[in-house]
Design a protein around this ligand. Structure first.
Ligand SMILES: *[C@@H]1O[C@H](CO)[C@@H](O)[C@H](O)[C@H]1NC(C)=O
Ligand SMILES: *[C@@H]1O[C@H](CO)[C@@H](O)[C@H](O)[C@H]1NC(C)=O
Ligand SMILES: *[C@@H]1O[C@H](CO)[C@@H](O)[C@H](O)[C@H]1NC(C)=O
Ligand SMILES: *[C@@H]1O[C@H](CO)[C@@H](O)[C@H](O)[C@H]1NC(C)=O
Ligand SMILES: *[C@@H]1O[C@H](CO)[C@@H](O)[C@H](O)[C@H]1NC(C)=O
Ligand SMILES: *[C@@H]1O[C@H](CO)[C@@H](O)[C@H](O)[C@H]1NC(C)=O
Ligand SMILES: *[C@@H]1O[C@H](CO)[C@@H](O)[C@H](O)[C@H]1NC(C)=O
Ligand SMILES: *[C@@H]1O[C@H](CO)[C@@H](O)[C@H](O)[C@H]1NC(C)=O
Ligand SMILES: *[C@@H]1O[C@H](CO)[C@@H](O)[C@H](O)[C@H]1NC(C)=O
Ligand SMILES: *[C@@H]1O[C@H](CO)[C@@H](O)[C@H](O)[C@H]1NC(C)=O
Ligand SMILES: *[C@@H]1O[C@H](CO)[C@@H](O)[C@H](O)[C@H]1NC(C)=O
Length: 435
């Protein structure tokens, strides 16, 4: 019976689209109907009025409006706007290929929430070989703007419960979890004002994308189950991206706050706040055998990092059958770090490669032209007096590394220790070898 009902629904939506009829509860408001636009909350000072589409909201957590949403996106494409209204919840229970976008706005004032039907999503998703990533939906095309005060909700609790005790980088892991927002083959994407809540896995992943910017976004992942905390809920990840900008954003999640990955260039971060994270990292890169990865031209300014594993980090893979590449021209400036295990760290023995293995198969990722300027605060003391650890791989070039105005203290005692190994030239501060 349920299958029959579903079939009828799909057929009716499809025929509505093909005959140009409007699905139940949906509306299209012309750009010159200012009174209606104001009434529904689509009139916003910063964003000139557009032809605006609304769709019906969900009646409950299982009332999937994916087909209505797709219809709304199609109607709003080419110069219009899809409005998801304040106080309403829109449940998405089917995967969506949104690769056809061209000049669209999505005004998110309500809540867009994914179902937590783990069985469905693990069988129906978009898969990327890079770290076996999957996603609910793919956004592609050009001139895509998402803004508003609403929430994109990954409904992650069931995923956190289900994944407890497992590791994403375990080669045997097959329990894949969806990424909350993913762009692929996209140009000029901007996201402003919204909250991204409880992603099952990474929160944002940009693939083959140019010019993506986030402003004034709040990213949060939390669990109500103490034995199943959110894992790998990274704020920002990227692959083959040119132009990545994050400003005025807050991130409180259990993994990397901001961590561009292979082939990301022209990165700008300003006024970022990270709580409980694994820090602002360049990488990891150099993971895949024979593959060259590059991260370069990044300017990271005014970041606050609280209660984390790492603060400012560079990370590259070592071990058998890994890749090579470079992390080049990176500036970290005005970085406030508190209660963090490793405030400043270069890890070229990623991921968890032990010292013996790392010495036998060192990283081949060069680390060049890196500035750490005005980095201050405290470590957690978990690594004793050590507050900076820059240990370069013997199999790569480490040069042009400059530290200035470093004032990080450790509760484990003073003076704080700065480790430097394998770096060519003076790094600007007194440092000691780890051996
Ligand atoms: C998404 O749809 C486009 C056509 O609009 C198609 O070319 C593309 O292969 C689809 N992507 C995926 C991942 O299925
Ligand atoms: C990328 O998107 C453009 C349109 O924006 C399209 O012409 C092209 O085929 C897409 N490329 C791939 C690999 O999907
Ligand atoms: C919390 O997570 C654990 C580990 O997956 C699970 O066994 C337990 O049932 C969860 N508790 C609740 C209340 O869901
Ligand atoms: C630095 O960022 C914080 C947000 O984390 C912001 O409140 C503050 O105004 C910024 N400082 C400057 C000088 O812009
Ligand atoms: C930061 O995280 C800690 C837990 O580590 C929490 O107690 C605190 O409230 C968070 N700070 C803010 C401002 O949310
Ligand atoms: C990075 O770009 C290079 C080309 O410069 C390409 O060969 C490599 O596959 C890319 N890395 C990844 C992980 O896609
Ligand atoms: C280094 O990166 C910055 C952007 O942060 C860029 O403006 C500058 O031109 C780059 N320098 C070199 C030598 O490429
Ligand atoms: C790393 O440095 C070596 C020595 O300068 C150079 O030959 C190699 O091309 C560099 N690798 C990359 C990916 O830039
Ligand atoms: C280091 O890692 C290698 C490869 O995983 C393993 O074979 C070896 O036993 C480990 N050595 C130590 C001292 O843990
Ligand atoms: C370093 O930070 C401490 C604690 O914030 C402060 O008292 C001290 O003046 C700073 N030292 C320098 C040289 O800035
Ligand atoms: C490094 O230590 C030496 C000896 O303690 C001292 O003379 C010098 O000023 C220190 N240099 C810097 C950059 O702190």
């Amino acid at each position: 019976m349920r299958f029959l009902a579903l079939g009828v629904l799909v057929v009716s939506v499809v025929s509505a689209i093909s005959t140009g009829r409007i699905p139940q509860g949906a509306h299209i408001i012309p750009v010159d109907d200012q009174a209606s636009l104001s009434r529904i909350g689509a009139h916003r000072q910063k964003y000139p009025d557009r032809r605006t589409v609304t769709i019906r909201a969900s009646k409950n957590d299982k009332d999937d409006v994916a087909a209505d949403f797709l219809w709304g996106i199609q109607q709003a494409n080419h110069g219009g706007r899809l409005l998801l209204q304040k106080g309403k919840t829109y449940v998405i229970g089917k995967k969506l290929n949104l690769s056809f976008l061209d000049n669209i706005e999505v005004q998110l004032e309500g809540e867009l929430k994914f179902t937590d039907d783990i069985e469905y999503w693990q069988a129906n998703n978009f898969y990327y070989a890079f770290q076996d990533s999957i996603t609910f939906w793919v956004w592609g095309g050009k001139d895509i703007k998402i803004f508003g005060h609403g929430t994109l909700n990954g409904n992650g609790q069931a995923w956190y419960n289900g994944f407890a005790g497992q590791e994403i980088l375990d080669p045997d892991n097959t329990y894949y979890r969806p990424i909350l927002f993913l762009t692929d083959n996209a140009t000029r994407v901007s996201v402003e004002g919204i909250t991204q809540l409880n992603s099952p896995c990474w929160t944002n992943f940009f693939v083959r994308t140019n010019d993506v910017s986030f402003d004034n976004v709040f990213i949060n992942a939390y669990s109500t189950n103490a034995s199943a905390l959110p894992k790998n809920t990274d704020g920002f990840d990227s692959l083959n991206v040119n132009g990545l900008r994050v400003t005025n954003t807050r991130v409180d999640i259990g993994d990397d706050c901001f961590s561009p990955k292979p082939n990301t260039s022209n990165i700008f971060v300003q006024n970022l706040w990270c709580n409980n994270t694994h820090g602002v990292s360049m990488g990891s890169i150099g993971q895949y055998s024979g593959v060259q990865d590059i991260i370069e031209h990044a300017y990271i300014e005014n970041v606050t990092l609280l209660n984390g594993q790492n603060g400012a980090r560079l990370k590259a893979w070592a071990g058998q059958d890994v890749g090579y590449g470079r992390i080049n021209n990176i500036t970290y400036r005005n970085i406030h770090i508190e209660n963090t295990d490793k405030p400043v760290v270069l890890d070229q023995c990623y991921f968890n490669v032990n010292a013996t293995e790392c010495a036998a198969y060192p990283s081949a990722v060069n680390v060049t032209n890196i500035v750490f300027d005005n980095i201050y605060g405290t470590s957690s003391g978990k690594n004793g007096k050590e507050v900076v650890d820059l240990t370069c791989s013997p199999n790569a070039v480490c040069s042009g590394i400059h530290l200035s105005r470093i004032n990080i203290t450790s509760p484990a005692g003073s003076p704080p220790v700065i480790i430097c190994d394998g770096i060519q030239g003076d790094i600007g501060v007194n440092c000691t070898s780890s051996t």
